[in-house]
Design a protein around this ligand. Structure first.
Ligand SMILES: C[S@@+](CC[C@H](N)C(=O)[O-])C[C@H]1O[C@@H](n2cnc3c(N)ncnc32)[C@H](O)[C@@H]1O
Length: 372
């Protein structure tokens, strides 16, 4: 898919879901995707023999696409009746290198019971919010009653997926912004925000379908396109020279801060590129607020789990968690990322304080690897 868009004109009759399966599905399989929709992405983002996972595999269209392109499909589907349809569909097409597992994608690691880093590509058409699903299968995302709960469940899925996607592997999700009642919901934008908490957003495509539902006098457009969000399991490349400069300034202004993690190690040995700077602060509310303000005045965007923290709201946000992220991107494309940690028990800070040494730039660091 060299263009940023892909125009799909027809669903190839050789691989469409058969009429019997459509009739047996309580939703009339109206959420079934097209095999053609997946094949270009399989070709472009994976290699021969790779394992392609669809965590919301439905009727196995992704697995069919994977096998037709010489890959192995792995599907997870929560609805038992759909698991059967998916398995039958694969068997009827003579495709036998794929596996469909019944269960909740939010528990995929337990479900697959495999060692981490198994999957080469995650490719999926995600379950949308607000589908008026009538079944009562536990974990069914179509049936989640509120948007907030739905997003939390999706976030849990992404956390799991990060642990089973190979480093540098891609995760590609297809999703539309949607209308629910009188509301236009930025589902694609919200999913992207969650995706970016754990993966690097690298590109996007728009899939365009021909729609018969045309009404030129309508103000609202028909929903005949989908966003394809393409992210990768790699760290964002930060500008280490600029980061070092800022860290020096920060340490001079706030000598109490201690640097640990990959950047602390990078200061001594530049063989591995760090993705962020981890800093630990003592639990001193005024100090934490001042440090966060320092970042804000220097043009950093401060957030916690993807939610922005407005200037003036920092103090109120401190007791609610033990972490802030400060991210900076300038017009030259230079990126900096600081993770600011603290905890009311202060035990970690005290442990770090005992181990900290000072670099020539007066940065206090814990040099060894620490697992928080
Ligand atoms: C958009 S459909 C996928 C259709 C699929 N791409 C196809 O063409 O066959 C999304 C699927 O996700 C399933 N699903 C919903 N919640 C799930 C969960 N927690 N874990 C796994 N599958 C789930 C739904 O039952 C539905 O079949």
């Amino acid at each position: 898919v060299a263009n940023s868009w892909l125009h799909l004109t027809h669903n190839c009759s050789d691989y469409v879901l058969d009429k019997k399966s459509i009739a047996s599905d309580s939703f009339g399989a109206r959420d079934c995707g097209w095999v053609e929709q997946m094949r270009p992405f399989v070709r472009q983002f994976s290699h021969d023999g790779d394992v392609i996972l669809d965590p919301f595999c439905g009727f196995a269209s992704t697995l069919v696409a994977a096998e037709l392109e010489g890959r192995k499909g792995l599907g997870v589907e929560v609805e038992p009746s759909r698991v059967n349809i998916a398995r039958e569909r694969l068997a009827s097409l003579g495709l036998n290198s794929s596996r469909v597992v019944e269960g909740d994608a939010g528990r995929i690691q337990t479900l697959l019971g495999t060692s981490p880093c198994l999957v080469d590509l995650v490719l999926s058409n995600i379950p949308y919010f607000g589908c008026h699903w009538s079944g009562d299968t536990r974990g069914q995302l179509y049936a989640v009653p509120t948007y907030e709960e739905y997003l939390q469940e999706m976030r849990a899925c992404f956390r799991e997926l990060k642990n089973i996607l190979k480093p540098s592997g891609y995760i590609i999700l297809m999703v539309e912004n949607i209308r629910i009642g009188d509301h236009f919901v930025a589902l694609a934008a919200d999913i992207l925000r969650l995706l970016q908490e754990r993966f690097l957003f690298v590109d996007e495509r728009i899939i365009v379908y021909d729609s018969e539902d045309q009404n030129e006098n309508e103000v609202l457009g028909n929903r005949a396109h989908e966003h394809v969000l393409i992210a990768q399991h790699i760290a964002k490349p930060i500008d280490t020279a600029l980061t070092r400069l800022y860290l020096e300034g920060l340490s001079q202004t706030f000598p109490a801060i201690i640097v640990y993690g990959s950047f602390a190690q990078w200061l001594f040995d530049q063989s591995r590129q760090p993705s962020d700077v981890d800093i630990m602060l003592p639990y001193d509310l005024r100090l934490i607020e001042s440090v966060v303000d320092w970042f804000m005045t220097k043009g950093f965007k401060v957030s916690r789990w993807g939610t922005f923290i407005e200037p003036g709201c920092v103090k109120a946000a401190i007791p609610g968690g033990n972490y802030f992220r400060a991210e900076y991107l300038d017009a030259e494309g230079r990126l900096m990322n600081f993770d600011i940690s603290f905890s009311s028990e202060n035990t970690l800070y005290k442990m770090f304080e005992a181990k900290a040494i000072q670099t020539s730039e007066c940065i206090r660091v814990v040099r060894e690897a620490v697992n928080l």
